[in-house]
Write a protein that binds this ligand. Structure first.
Ligand SMILES: [Mg+2]
Length: 248
């Protein structure tokens, strides 16, 4: 009995990101959301019924993203935008079936990985629920934490918020050392690592444009340096079982 209890205690708790980790959001979904964001922000920043110019929108998006880690947080703070309204409009991108692209074998992979899995996504609940269902992975997650569930002291605190992550660990009663965050976004891996979580960087769906915001769709350079806060780098989550020993 003791061995069973001990091994259960030692089993990792996986925190899986969704977009560009479990499916290729850069293929068609992110461009569609991004276009909706431009329209939304242009309307909010416009005056007298005239939308703001693309240059003004670009500057706001980049500025808020750099300052707050998310454009939405800047829009809430400086333009009294309602999060629910912003998320609903920007994620209104029509039927998802023809926009989705993902690898096969992900359900089998999740089954093979020991320990609990929690879906932790900065995307809204309705969108991420639909994606994870279409991927047929929803049964593999014991919890689904979407951006609506990331409030701390009444403020929206999405990834990479350490406050939010700490609270999540407390709520689930797990030590940081037992958790493994699997993600494409480096800023999120960095803050998780600072709290003592182990980190896996998934790279196959990243584009140069995700870093520079310049809209280029070239693949990442192969020489991209591995940051110290990344414990394991994989192209695909399907490589996780083979790299598990590096995360123990
Ligand atoms: Mg992601």
């Amino acid at each position: 009995m003791l061995t069973v209890a001990t091994s259960t205690l030692r089993a990792p708790v996986w925190l899986f990101d969704l977009d560009n980790t479990l499916h290729d959001a850069s293929h068609a979904i992110f461009p569609a959301i991004s276009a909706n964001m431009n329209v939304y922000i242009a309307r909010v920043l416009g005056a007298g019924g005239v939308p703001a110019s693309q240059a003004v929108v670009d500057a706001a998006r980049l500025g808020y993203w750099k300052r707050y880690g998310a454009t939405l947080l800047g829009m809430i703070r400086h333009h009294q935008v309602q999060a629910a309204d912003f998320l609903r409009e920007t994620h209104d991108i029509g039927p998802l079936d023809r926009m989705m692209r993902a690898e096969r074998g992900l359900a089998r992979l999740l089954r093979r990985l020991p320990g609990r899995k929690i879906l932790l996504t900065n995307a809204p609940n309705h969108y991420s629920t639909e994606i994870v269902r279409r991927l047929k992975l929803h049964h593999h997650f014991s919890q689904h934490v979407a951006i609506e569930h990331m409030h701390v002291h009444g403020q929206l605190r999405p990834k990479p918020s350490k406050l939010m992550l700490r609270r999540l660990l407390r709520r689930h009663g797990v030590a940081a050392r037992r958790c493994i965050l699997v993600e494409d976004t480096l800023a999120n891996l960095k803050s998780a690592s600072q709290l003592g979580l182990r980190t896996v960087w998934v790279t196959q769906y990243l584009r140069v444009s995700d870093f520079s915001g310049q809209g280029r769709r070239a693949p990442l350079p192969r020489t991209l340096k591995l940051p110290g806060y990344v414990d394991v780098k994989v192209k695909s989550v399907r490589q996780l079982p083979a790299r598990l020993h590096r995360l123990r």
